[in-house]
Design a protein around this ligand. Structure first.
Ligand code: ZN
Length: 383
């Protein structure tokens, strides 16, 4: 649909940026003369009747790789999504092992607006395609995808893409955005875009990339970044928030004067690029100076645990959270570890190794060490 193979990250490779989350943009157009779904396309000229099509919407797709070790990547990407496409292959049984994990995670972080995409329809016969459809319906029963449309496609042959756009338009509408809310962006990536050996006077400031969750960012804004950077004062390690000026905003289609939620944005700042290089600010929150929530060194969470730990071979039953146990927490795009100071019935106080900037009621993904790995066991809600 985007014409970009996100797994290859060609744009990022070309610019020599470390790969963490892959994304690609597409623009949807609607032909005024054709009937749905064949009125939908990603081209300015209707592929059916060749009349000029009207711009509908720009969409960013974030790739959430299926491998278990990339679960955290998926969670950080999911924090900024308006909806999701759950992609299965018609030529293998549904669900595959990671399908259950992803469905659980989607449910946990409150992802709604799901569409099931049944790919590789070109390599199976009608009987198998129908059986796979039944498997999908059985698998999605009692999940957030229970009533999700199932769109058969062939990505390889760009088959049925119009129907998929139609489903996206119907099921994942652009949410109502209130521009008067305080601006917020979660940082997914951060870079130093200067080539080695650049003359001092040619250097440009640090760049942060992510998705705006609310409000509006404008060129010239004074913004704050929290928790910021680690500093040491009289032997104590503290995080100091950063203040920066927005020098430029880059959206999917180039330089913009202002940016609102939807899609991924790169924000050029006057920060020292050594602060932003190598994803140094991932997990931070950006907002207009003076409006961000407090940086938290400990959190009190209302706890909801899964019955079984995600990703375990034998589906280990999840025991209650214990005082003194270490946990890994994902909040927005931030990842931190913490120690449970006190665990009561469905409530836990957690002391964080690295502080976070998060609002009350934010969802926190909780992982516990089981065997050799950190496994997702449930989520908390910040009190
Ligand atoms: Zn047309």
């Amino acid at each position: 649909m985007t014409g970009v193979w996100t797994a290859r990250h060609s744009e990022e490779l070309r610019r020599g940026i470390t790969i963490r989350i892959g994304y690609a943009d597409a623009t949807f157009y609607e032909c005024p003369s054709c009937e749905p779904p064949s009125n939908y396309s990603t081209t300015k000229v209707c592929p059916n009747c060749e009349s000029p099509a009207e711009f509908l919407r720009s969409v960013s797709f974030v790739d959430c790789p299926g491998h278990h070790s990339l679960m955290v990547t998926m969670l950080s990407g999911a924090a900024i999504m308006d909806g999701s496409l759950f992609v299965v292959s018609a030529n293998v049984k549904t669900p595959q092992a990671q399908d259950r994990e992803h469905m659980l995670a989607a449910q946990m972080i409150g992802l709604r607006n799901m569409i099931v995409v049944q790919n590789k329809i070109d390599v199976v016969d009608r009987t198998r395609a129908k059986r796979d459809f039944e498997e999908i319906k059985e698998f999605t029963k009692d999940t957030v995808a229970e009533n999700a449309p199932v769109i058969p496609v062939s990505a390889q042959h760009k088959l049925n893409m119009d129907a998929l756009i139609w489903a996206i338009q119907e099921r994942i509408p652009t949410p109502k955005r209130d521009q008067s809310l305080d601006s917020r962006m979660s940082i997914l990536r951060s870079f130093d875009v200067n080539k080695p050996g650049t003359e001092v006077e040619e250097l440009v400031g640090g760049v942060v990339g992510g998705s705006i969750t609310q409000g509006i960012f404008k060129k010239g804004d004074e913004v704050e970044i929290r928790p910021g950077i680690k500093t040491e004062t009289s032997g104590k390690i503290v995080y100091e928030s950063l203040i920066a000026k927005v020098d430029g905003l880059q959206a999917g289609d180039g330089e913009v004067k202002q940016a609102t939620p939807g899609g991924l944005i790169a924000v050029g700042t006057d920060l020292d690029p050594s602060v932003t290089k190598s994803d140094g600010l991932v997990g931070n929150v950006v907002g207009r100076a003076g409006t961000l929530p407090e940086t938290l060194e400990k959190v009190t969470l209302d706890i909801d645990l899964f019955e079984k730990a995600v990703g375990t071979e034998q589906l280990v039953a999840v025991q209650k959270i214990r005082t003194n146990e270490p946990l890994v927490l994902n909040v927005g795009t931030a990842v931190t570890s913490g120690i449970v100071m006190s665990a009561r019935e469905d409530v836990a106080d957690v002391s964080l190794k690295k502080p976070i900037c998060a609002e009350v009621d934010s969802k926190v993904a909780l992982s516990r060490r089981i065997g050799e790995s950190w496994r997702l066991i449930g989520f908390g809600t910040i009190r």
